[in-house]
Design a protein around this ligand. Structure first.
Ligand code: PLP
Length: 426
């Protein structure tokens, strides 16, 4: 073997996987089992006491899921990862390690609609208080910091308009505040942006989107960058204090630069329970093997469609960071030089009614609430994903009444443009 470090596409195919030691199977097998036999009583005790790594029960870990974890950790440049049942589950598990009731976290206002709901309502019932900041105004994050702030949460490429967040600037705020920066990297995938290279301490994904990539399996993942010191000032007791559930061990002291991933597994996943099915892990692993190919095609198609829409008379604005005229183009060139993603919005001169009408006329585009599928997708956020927000909040989060969101697939771009052309002229 050469001592060359493998490139991104090689990692996408190989990281974490090896031929199955008992059967020689080359593709990663689906270990469809709930539990694993112990070698003997001592082995069982050491697994339960976290003195040895190994398989116990699929809610805590599974060999198929482990390959997925290792692969995504490698692609993101993290020390370890934990796969869970969905992107939302990843967010709950991460924040459970960081916040006690009464604590706060700062979140960018431009987020996936489901995350806005989760943070505003479900998390409030846990006593976790979200404070919103404007991702286009770094100072608004600084102003939001209080002694109870425990984390900052942003999206790298942000929903719904595909805007690009200045990760480095916000990571500087997080560092000064002594709190970790969590980046939801779902819309970028590590092929376009690796947030850890720009100062993120924790990366989360909805694997449901581009990483799985085929619109067939839910999943989520948490990647530990291994960069954050959890021991300072007793601010993160889940990591720094003796854990009564594990004979008083301190996770940071014991596990060092992957303590956060361990905490998510042995305190979060074990006790909250959102385990990923090994079957879904297999589907998502298979998707990841073609991530570099798909993502480049998604981006190239998205740019062509955005250029077409920008020249159309029924369209009042196109928000795609890959366009030279876009206000996020500078940030896109810095953070996502291979392409500005494939999810973006545009506005119709005809307002709300034109948005609803367009969605009903499109034939090749599927009208549904998802992104990051091989198929092209369309939705009118104001009447669906963002309908629970009031008008001012809709506009602030980029989902005004005239806005249509597209997720561009990997079909032939000429067919996508022809479908939009017929629907816009109808
Ligand atoms: C879909 C999505 C989520 C939630 O993920 P699920 O897998 O649906 O739970 C979170 N963040 C972003 C950016 C998403 O697109």
């Amino acid at each position: 073997m050469s001592d060359r470090l493998p490139g991104f596409s090689t990692l996408a195919v190989h990281a974490g996987a090896q031929p199955d030691p008992t059967t020689g199977a080359r593709a990663t097998p689906i270990y469809q089992t709930t539990s694993f036999v112990f070698n003997d009583a001592d082995h069982a005790a050491s697994l339960f006491g976290l003195q040895a790594f190994g398989n116990i029960y699929t809610r805590i870990g599974n060999p198929t899921n482990a390959v997925l974890e290792e692969r995504v950790a490698a692609l993101e440049g993290g020390t370890a990862a934990l796969a869970v049942a969905s992107g939302h589950a990843a967010q709950v598990v991460v924040l459970q390690q960081l916040l006690q009731p009464g604590d706060e976290f700062i979140a960018a206002r431009k987020l996936y609609g489901g995350s806005i709901n989760q943070f505003s309502h479900a998390f409030k019932s846990f006593g976790w208080n979200v404070v919103w900041a404007d991702p286009d105004d770094v100072a608004s994050f600084e102003r939001a910091v209080t002694p109870r702030t425990k984390a900052i949460f942003i999206e790298s490429i942000a929903n719904p308009a595909g805007s690009i967040t200045d990760i480095e600037a916000i990571s500087t705020v997080a560092r000064k505040a002594g709190v970790p920066l969590i980046v939801d990297n779902t819309l970028a995938s590590p092929y376009l942006i690796r947030p850890i290279d720009h100062g993120a301490d924790i990366v989360v994904h909805s694997l449901t989107k581009f990483l799985g990539g085929h619109g067939n399996s839910l999943g989520g993942i948490i990647v530990d960058a291994g960069t954050f010191d959890w021991s300072t000032g007793g601010k993160y007791p889940m990591l720094s204090e003796p854990r009564p559930e594990y004979h008083g061990i301190r996770l940071q002291e014991t596990f060092g630069n992957f303590a956060f991933a361990i905490a998510c597994r042995v305190l979060g996943l074990r006790d909250l329970g959102p385990a990923l099915s090994p079957f879904n892990a297999f589907m998502i692993l298979t998707g990841i093997e073609t991530l570099p190919l798909r993502m480049q095609k998604h981006c190239d198609n998205a740019k062509a469609v955005a250029e077409f829409l920008a020249g159309h008379s029924a369209v009042s604005a196109v928000n795609y960071a890959g366009l030279a005229t876009d206000k996020y183009n500078q940030l896109a060139r810095k953070y996502a030089p291979r392409g500005a993603g494939a999810v973006f919005t545009f506005s119709l001169k005809g307002g709300y009614d034109a948005g609803v009408n367009l969605v009903s006329k499109l034939q090749l585009f599927s009208h549904l609430a998802n992104v990051g599928d091989t198929r092209s997708l369309v939705i009118h956020p104001a009447s669906t994903t963002h309908s629970q927000l009031d008008d001012a909040a809709k506009i602030k989060s980029g989902a005004g009444p005239d806005v249509v969101r597209l997720s561009i697939g990997i079909e032939d771009k000429e067919d996508l443009i022809a479908d939009l052309e017929q629907a816009l002229s109808a």
